[in-house]
Design a protein around this ligand. Structure first.
Ligand SMILES: *[C@@H]1O[C@H](CO)[C@@H](O)[C@H](O)[C@H]1NC(C)=O
Ligand SMILES: *[C@@H]1O[C@H](CO)[C@@H](O)[C@H](O)[C@H]1NC(C)=O
Length: 463
């Protein structure tokens, strides 16, 4: 008789498949289909997995079992904010929380991404409701806790809850992932001072919100919790699988025309001036000049810009390509379209450049992802990057703006010439991720916040 495979073997098989899918999943639509399919296939297994986790007292979120949580998203897309909220939804589902999701955005029926994300959630037992329904209002009133995701989600409160807003404020946790001026508008954040708490991805962002809400709007932040993000298990699995990593690396390098022995610097962000691809390319060019001038011995150097979208940032994208042509770098600078599957590119590069300008990244998830792959990071000394990268240990920091170009170029030369340093920094970065930036670290941090919010709600006579 053939015995059914044990749960753990099943899970291993699913994971192997996932890694394989990441290998293959080079387009968003493919990935979406894959996500969907793997969820369908594994739902029974997931269920067993859930039960196992249930019994383990070590899951910090266990106390959320059978609580009702309403998650309010400003949109349903593959961008950072909604994906994070979805991760929270799944973490809560793992411990048996009742989770309801609403998206406060006009629904595009035929949108493939929305459709597949909703199905992914339904398959994991997350209930999806219309944001403007009576059902949503009832759920808000009944819920033990409400999470508003991003400042923009604040619009939902008055629009839907109307007179009921004051009733739910004491059980709202507001999760904020942004650091831009146009969010400081009363219609978005006027209820912020009265919610149970704000959860923010970095100290830099929390500080900024504290200053700006006061200066611009004369309002005071509620109790604020800084919760650094963590790498999810799927990413860590690929990062720690040397075979998968090598296959991804070879595949991407071959597609770009970069040899195994060449040195590849990568910048992985949506292409826009704020992310500093222009200044990075200038620094890359300057570093090549320095190397030539000093006759330094280095491998052939390449740069890859992952995150192009010619249809969105046409002027800036054209500027980047003109620069590359003008400096005759076409064979050494590569552009890759925006993609959800960044793991293959992280596996392919030797150094991550995080060149976000002005106030920098709110947190910068790609930074901890790259560190998981043992990559050193060359980052701007701004925002969340400063809370992740230890200057001189896990990477090297340079200042934002034009004045950062030469320092960045020098840092590029330094990592190009000092193999030992580059590898050591990558290893240190990996250790830092293992110490601070894993999913279970994030779960622990979130758990203590949720506990306090529940207590706050209880003290206000809400259950
Ligand atoms: C907030 O204000 C303080 C005092 O004015 C200032 O030192 C700090 O740099 C500001 N922080 C941010 C992030 O704007
Ligand atoms: C990248 O996107 C552009 C449109 O913005 C498209 O024309 C091009 O074919 C895409 N390249 C790849 C390799 O998918």
């Amino acid at each position: 008789m053939v015995k059914p495979p044990s749960t753990s073997i099943w899970i291993t098989m699913q994971r192997k498949r996932l890694a394989l899918m990441i290998l293959l999943g080079f387009s968003v639509s493919t990935v979406v289909v894959i996500l969907l399919r793997s969820t369908f296939d594994s739902c029974i297994v997931d269920h067993q997995f859930v039960e196992e986790k249930f019994q383990s007292a070590s899951n910090p979120l266990t106390f959320m079992k059978s609580k009702l949580v309403l998650l309010v998203s400003h949109e349903l897309s593959l961008s950072g904010g909604p994906l994070l909220l979805m991760e929270l939804a799944f973490l809560l589902r793992e411990v048996g929380t009742k989770v309801v999701w609403i998206t406060n955005q006009k629904r595009l029926e035929e949108d493939e991404v929305v459709y597949s994300l909703e199905h992914k959630m339904l398959n994991r037992g997350v209930q999806v409701m219309s944001a403007k329904s009576q059902e949503a209002t009832d759920t808000a009133l009944k819920a033990d806790l409400i999470v508003l995701n991003t400042a923009v989600a604040g619009k939902w409160l008055d629009a839907v809850l109307k007179d009921n807003v004051v009733k739910v404020l004491p059980k709202i946790l507001w999760w904020i992932h942004e650091m831009r001026g146009h969010y400081f508008k009363p219609d978005l954040v006027k209820h912020l001072p009265f919610v149970a708490g704000a959860m923010i991805d970095s100290h830099a962002t929390a500080e900024y919100w504290k200053n700006r809400t006061q200066a611009r709007l004369g309002i005071k932040m509620p109790k604020t919790y800084v919760v650094h993000l963590g790498n999810n298990k799927e990413l860590m699995e690929v990062a720690e699988d040397s075979v998968a990593k090598r296959v991804l690396r070879e595949h991407v390098r071959e597609s770009l025309g970069v040899r195994n022995e060449d040195l590849l610097f990568g910048i992985i962000n949506s292409v826009s001036r704020g992310k500093g691809q222009d200044l990075f390319l200038r620094a890359f060019h300057d570093s090549l000049e320095m190397i030539k001038e000093k006759k330094l011995q280095v491998p052939t150097m390449h740069a890859v810009v992952v995150g192009s979208d010619m249809s969105k940032q046409t002027k800036f994208e054209t500027e980047l390509r003109n620069f590359v042509q003008g400096k005759k770098l076409q064979n050494y600078v590569h552009f890759v379209n925006k993609t959800l599957t960044v793991a293959p590119y992280i596996a392919a590069i030797d150094v991550l450049v995080q060149n976000s300008q002005a106030r920098g990244e709110c947190f910068g998830r790609i930074t901890i992802e790259a560190m998981a792959f043992k990559l050193p990071v060359l980052g701007t000394a701004a925002g969340g990057t400063m809370e992740i990268v230890v200057d001189g240990t896990t990477g090297l920091l340079h200042s934002a703006g034009k004045e950062g170009v030469i320092p960045l170029a020098k840092n590029i030369v330094k990592l190009a010439t000092q193999v030992e340093l580059r590898l050591r920094m990558g290893k240190n970065g990996y250790e830092r991720v293992k110490e601070m930036f894993l999913e279970h670290h994030m779960s622990h941090r979130i758990a203590s916040v949720l506990r306090e919010v529940l207590q706050h709600a209880k003290a206000r006579g809400l259950q």
